[in-house]
Design a protein around this ligand. Structure first.
Ligand code: PLP
Length: 456
């Protein structure tokens, strides 16, 4: 449905006049005019100028089932008529929240001794990580160790945009606006071998060194002051950074040694994106808390939450009394219904298994082949997320001067030529819908290569 020029201009004018966009330079946007996305179907979005664009980012890492799923729209419609809202404060509950909590508890595999029988609901990843801060501090209070307050996370990790989420995130651009992080949050290096490995250091040796930064930080802060370590299984917003194989086992050894809680932020990685329902299963570590959002409803309705492992749940439920925390929309019935239908579709279509054994490996092979392009220094994927590093010189892996904005240039070529890729500096990343077939992936890769050629 392309829009006539007058309508497009009106929308852009009103957009610039009234709409403060997230993570956007408003003056810059007003000067160029926002791209207006009018509708979407399957794996494609359409803009006001009539372009059909393959959505290589699943919206914002969330529309895992693709657009236009009538089953979700119909189920949500029915739920809105049956019970559009009720809360679960003050001794009430409702069927959809109970069904979803039970379903998630069944889906989340045990991690060693830890079972995930309990779920706390929110409406986003950020809120869920704020909940995590509350949960871990409450846990340690109840354990008689109230001095354990500090959460450790990683530079260039992303955990949300609320004060708590932005503090846990390791993005200096966020910290510099508003005096963040809050007290009681510390950061360590990220496990990004391309950027941080020493010359000659093997990937696994680097992974061990990056993990041991956690032990160093714990010792620096004092082990009995540390409450938890939070990390993404694969960093998403930081540029799709896949840790070396040695990384997670060493992290597990360290959190075990010091008895601190481990939080797996799976807002991007859960629900099949890495070929497993939950990514801790893929990497074999044992979290105590698991953050989820995005893919749980395929982005159709906002929903997030925390899977609370038995170590924390036991103390909270049996000794905790009232936990003074919750959101008006915790367990919102419409959002829970959207999630239930999303999970039904994922199971009926065998999507998690398909990513694990078919489309994930297919993408891995095709994406790695982009490394022969003169602009590409590294191209790797994990399940259905992938990132490539643009470089000025492949032989020496020399980066471009960041002021040149080569990533943004490439992003523009992608969009104008029919594919959405995100640029994180000069890292180009994708998180395609999980419903993509092999031939969709071939088309995606063809479009990416074309955009790279235009960027040269
Ligand atoms: N955690 C991770 C790993 C994320 O990728 C994101 C968002 O991209 C968040 C938390 C924040 O989620 P939300 O934007 O729903 O608040």
């Amino acid at each position: 449905m392309s829009l006539d020029t007058a309508t497009l201009e009106r929308l852009r004018g009103q957009d610039a006049a009234h709409y403060l966009h997230p993570f956007t330079d408003s003056r810059e946007l007003a000067a160029i005019g926002a791209r207006v996305i009018t509708h979407a179907e399957g794996i494609y979005v359409f803009d006001g100028e009539g372009r059909k664009i393959l959505d290589g980012m699943s919206g914002l890492w969330c529309v895992n089932l693709g657009y236009g799923r009538r089953e979700i729209a119909d189920a949500v419609h029915r739920q809105m008529l049956e019970l559009p809202y009720y809360n679960s404060f003050f001794q009430t509950t409702h069927p959809r929240a109970v069904e979803l909590a039970t379903r998630l508890a069944t889906l989340a595999p045990a991690a060693g001794e830890t079972r995930f029988d309990h779920v706390f609901f929110s409406s986003s990843g950020s809120e869920s990580n704020d909940t995590n801060i509350r949960l871990v501090r409450r846990y340690w209070d109840l354990m008689g160790q109230p001095q354990r307050k500090t959460l450790i996370s990683r530079w260039n990790g992303y955990h949300g945009s609320t004060i708590g989420g932005a503090s846990l995130s390791g993005m200096s651009g966020m910290h510099s606006q508003g005096d963040l992080p809050i007290p009681g949050v510390a950061h360590i290096m990220q496990p990004f071998a391309f950027e941080h490995a020493h010359p000659g250091e093997s990937r696994d040796d680097f992974g061990l060194r990056a993990a041991r930064a956690l032990e160093e930080k714990i010792l620096e802060l004092g082990p009995d002051t540390v409450a938890a370590f939070i990390a993404e299984p694969v960093q998403g917003a930081g540029g799709v950074i896949i840790p070396p194989d040695s990384y997670w086992p060493e992290i597990q050894r360290i959190v075990d040694k010091y008895g601190i809680l481990l939080i797996s932020d799976e807002v991007i990685c859960a629900f099949g994106r890495l070929g497993h329902w939950f990514a801790y299963e893929k990497f074999g570590y044992r979290p105590d808390l698991v953050t989820f959002a995005k893919g749980v409803t395929s982005g159709y309705v906002p929903l997030g939450g925390v899977m609370v492992g038995s170590r924390v749940a036991k103390v909270l439920v049996e000794q905790g009394g009232e936990f003074n925390h919750g959101y008006t929309y915790s367990g919102h019935p419409v959002a829970c219904q959207a999630a239930l239908t999303t999970l039904d579709i994922m199971q009926a279509e065998g999507l998690v298994e398909r990513v694990r054994s078919d489309t994930g490996p297919w993408l891995a092979q095709g994406f790695a082949a982009l490394a022969d392009h003169p602009l590409v220094g590294l191209a790797e994927s994990c399940g259905m997320v992938a990132g490539l590093q643009l470089v000025r010189d492949r032989a020496s892996n020399t980066l471009f001067d960041s002021a040149l904005g080569v990533g943004m240039l490439c992003r523009g070529h992608c969009f104008n030529n029919g594919v959405i890729m995100r640029a994180v500096g000069d890292r180009m990343i994708i998180a395609p819908p999980l419903v993509m077939t092999r031939s969709d992936i071939d088309e995606l890769l063809r479009l990416i290569r074309h955009a790279l050629d235009l960027t040269l």
